[in-house]
Design a protein around this ligand. Structure first.
Ligand SMILES: [Fe+2]
Length: 282
């Protein structure tokens, strides 16, 4: 709902309903899945109801599939995901194992592969407009020994809370709200981005708390810092969950973070990730 384009009453109705229906109880947000390779109609309906309301749905796979990577990919395709991002760490279909890589790299884009805290962000905030990440799946193969807690915040709620407190959302919608400079390691060119934009009528957010290697538009800097405070301080709208084995999450690229974690020798946190250039659609 673009506050700049629709009647104020319609916006308010939508925003009030959105906040009213918010839940951070995992029981309200999780679907048990019998066979990810072949979702039943009720499973799909349940998933779609939850994601349409919250932009996030957790799932639990009851049975051990023989090839879990293949099963997760097939599950994604049954709910509209696809056109997965393929990068140097993913397989040919775009599935990436998120685990500690022995060779630590200092660049912020590699923090997922360490056991460090991962600050609030949306995936692909450094992608250009042709390669926006509209949704993603994370699936937990092995949980960490301690830590490794994830927090999520629906980006539509961040947008609503900002609009409640301030009247300059347009400063966060400039095509060059921020610039991520070129990455010489990955050959990625410099990228200009809005924080908020609308894609096929749906709110899309590109966001990072990163302070180094990011340039803010003079017009946007203050608004961005206000937004960061909202994200940091809105505990009542954070969904906090530590994955156990067999659990996963699908989101329309909501804002998320991860606490640091420790592994045991035989217990190395391992997640599978797929980043899709399509939103979840059932
Ligand atoms: Fe992420």
């Amino acid at each position: 709902m673009n506050i700049l384009e629709i009647p104020r009453n319609d916006y308010k109705l939508w925003a009030d309903k959105k906040l009213e229906r918010f839940s951070n109880k995992i029981d309200d947000l999780i679907v048990e899945i019998n066979n990810p390779s072949s979702l039943t109609k009720p499973e799909k309906t349940y998933m779609s109801n939850i994601i349409n309301q919250h932009n996030i749905v957790f799932f639990q796979i009851d049975k051990e599939a023989t090839d879990l990577k293949a099963a997760i990919k097939i599950m994604g395709s049954q709910i509209g995901l696809g056109n997965y991002e393929i990068d140097s760490k993913s397989d040919d279909d775009g599935l990436t194992e998120i685990k500690i890589h022995s060779k630590h790299q200092s660049n912020a884009e590699y923090i997922p592969y360490t056991n460090k805290k991962l600050n609030w962000h949306t995936d692909g905030y450094y992608n250009n407009n042709e390669n926006l990440i509209l949704s993603w799946i994370l699936f937990c193969r092995t949980q960490s020994e301690s830590g490794g807690m994830n927090k999520y915040m629906d980006h539509e709620i961040a947008y609503i809370l900002f609009n409640e407190a301030y009247n300059n959302i347009s400063d966060l919608m400039l095509h060059n709200t921020y610039t991520i400079p070129e990455n010489t390691h990955t050959q990625r060119k410099a990228v200009d981005s809005p924080i908020f934009s609308f894609i096929n009528g749906k709110l899309h957010m590109k966001f990072t708390m990163r302070e180094k290697n990011i340039l803010w538009n003079d017009k946007s800097q203050k608004a961005a810092s206000n937004l960061k405070n909202i994200v940091n301080n809105s505990d009542e709208y954070h969904i906090t969950h530590k994955f156990t084995e067999g659990q996963g999450v699908i989101t329309n690229n909501v804002i998320h973070m991860r606490t640091p974690f420790t592994n045991l020798e035989k217990k190395n946190r391992l997640l599978y990730r797929l980043r899709s250039k399509k939103r979840m659609e059932v």
